[in-house]
Design a protein around this ligand. Sequence first.
Ligand SMILES: [Zn+2]
Length: 641
Amino acid sequence: MKAAQKPQGLSYAEIRSSILENIPQEIGITRIEFEGPRIAIYTNRPEMLMERSYIVADIASSIKKRVVIRSDPSVRVSEEEAERVIKEIIPKEAGLVHIYFDPTLGEVILEVEKPGIAIGKGGSHLLEIVKRTRWSPRVVRSPPIPSLTIKQIRGFLYSKSRERERFLREVGEAIFRPMFQPAGDVRVTFLGGVRQVGRSAILVRTRESSILLDCGINPATLNPIEAYPRLDVEEFDLRSLDAVVITHAHLDHCGFLPYLFKYGYDGPIYCSKPTASLMVLLQSDYLDVMSKEGRPTPYSPEDIRKVILHTIPLSYGEVTDIAPDVRLTLHNAGHILGSSIVHLHIGRGLHNIVYTGDFKFGYTQLLQPAATQFPRVETLIMESTYGAPEDVAPPRVETEAEFVKIANHVLKKGKVLIPVPAVGRAQEIMMVINKYMEMGELTEVPVYIEGMISEATGIHTAYPNYLSNEIKDQILREGRNPFESDYFTVVKQPDMRDEIAEGGPCIILATAGMMEGGPVIEYFKRLAPWEENALIFVSYQVAGTLGRRIQSGLKSVQTMNSEGKLEVINVEMQVYTVEGFSGHSDRRQLLSYVKRIRPTPRRVLIVHGEESKCESMVRALSRFRGLEAYAPRLLETSRLA
Ligand SMILES: [Zn+2]
C-alpha cells in the first residue's frame, strides 16, 4: 500500500521550526500565524527584517509560502502618534491625501498622489516609518477621481478588524490542513453558464477539496430555477466548500455570491484587487435596482458586507495556496478592469485547469489582451459568447473610425446619446473619445457622464497597473490621467439634464446599457423627438430590452413620467449601431486563443455561449489535431484526472 501523501507544502509545525531556525534571535519573534494563504511573522523589531530582506526571501523560498512581516501590537505606537510621525517623514510634494490604519495587520495605508516620492530612495522613508512607529506602511496611489466604494470598503474592514483577523487565521488553518489521501479524482460540475450566457458557476472537486469558480445570476429571467446557479444539487455542499474564485465583477459571474453568505458560507473569496471593489459596486446597484422595481431580492446589503469581509484580493501572477492540494494564480483576461483568467494547479503536477471567464484576446484602448502563457495546462474551460461563424468583428481601428465618423456628422447640429453599462464599455468609449478629440479627429464638445459611470471610473483610476500599457504610461510616467480629461463633465444634479438637453452639441454617456432603466431614459425622453440628435449603440442589446426594440426600429415609446402618468415619446432621433467595441473575443480571436495558449491543452470545454454557438465552436476545435473539444450540459460532471 502506498503511504499517505504529505500535504503539498509543510505542516504548521515544520513551517514554524523552519522559520525559527532561519531568523536570528535578536529579531524577537513573538508569533507565527496563518494569515489567509500567507504566513505572518510577528516581531518586536520589524525594521531589522526589512533591512535584511534576504532573510525573508530565503524563508519564503524554503517553505514555498508567501511570508509577511508584522509588528507585534505591543510595540506599535498609538495611531495618533504614528500619524504625527508619518506626516513629518513623508515629503510635502508626495501629496499625502489620507492615512488609514489597519490594526489587524499592523499596516498603515498611505494614500498619496506621488507614490515614488512617498516611498523615498530605496524605500528610505518607509524604513524610517517602521523604525519610529513599528507600523508597516503601505503606499497606494490616491485615485484622482475619488471612489466612494473603495472608501467604504476600507472603512468597513477597519471597523471589523478583529473579525477579519480571526477569519484570516481560520482560512490559513484550513488551507494548510493535513491531507490523508494522495491528490486525485479531479472533477468539474457545471452548475450554470453552460450552453447559455448567464449564472456562470463551475464546481471543481478533488478527493480533498472543493472550489467554486464564479457565482453569477442570469439577468434575462426572473424564474429562480433558471436565474440562479443550481446550488440545490447534491454535488454542491456549502459546508465543504474551500473557496470561491471570482473571475470578474459582471453580475452574470458574481451577482449571486452574497447569497452563499446568507446561507452560511464562511470561507474565502479570491479575486483580483479591482474586482474586489467593482463587485461590491455592482452587487449593491443590483439590490438597489431590484428594490426600486419592487422585486424580491435574493440577499440583503448585510450579505454584501459579508462578501467584503471574506474577500482576499490577489494581484495577477501571485501564486496562492487555496486548499491543501490546489494552487491558484490569476492572469489578465482583457475583458473589463481586473478580469482574470483562473489557473488552478491541482496536486503536485497532477492536473492544471485554465478557466478563461470572459476574455478579450485582442486590442482595446483600455486593457491589454488576455494572457496566453501558463506553467502548465491540460484542460482549458473557455467562454464562447461570440462563437458562431458569423461572429466576426471588424478590426478595432475600423470600428473606431466608424464611430468617429457618425459622431462628427451628428455633432454638426445635434447631440449624441450613448447607452453604456457602467463598468467596462463606458470607460472604453471614454478613452476612444478622449484619444480622437486629442488627435483633433473628433469634434471637441462637452462629454457628460453620470454618477454610476463616474464611480466606476474612479475605481479604474485607483488601479492604473491593471490598464493598457498606453494608459498606464500616461498616468504613471507622463502624469496625465486620460480619465480626468477636460472633455469630461460629471453630471452631479439631475436638474443639469434639462440644461444639457437644451444646450449645444454634446456627447452623453449614460446607464443602463440596454436602456432597461437609469439616467439614459431621462436623456432619451428629452432628445428623442428631434431628428438632429442620435442614439449610438456600442454594446450588445438583448432581445426584449427597450434598447433592442429601438435598435430594430421602434418609433414610439411609452414611459412613465415623474408624476406617474403614461407618456408617449416619438422617436425622431437617428439610431446607429457600431459593432466591434465588445470586451469579448470574437470567433477568430477564440480560435486563435486556443492555437496560441502555451502549453497546448489536451482538452477544451466550451461554456458561456448560446447552445448553437457552443456547438459550432466544438466542431471548429475538433479539427485541431490532438485536441478534445466538448460543450458540457447543465449539471454534467466531467472527470479530468
Ligand atoms: Zn463579463
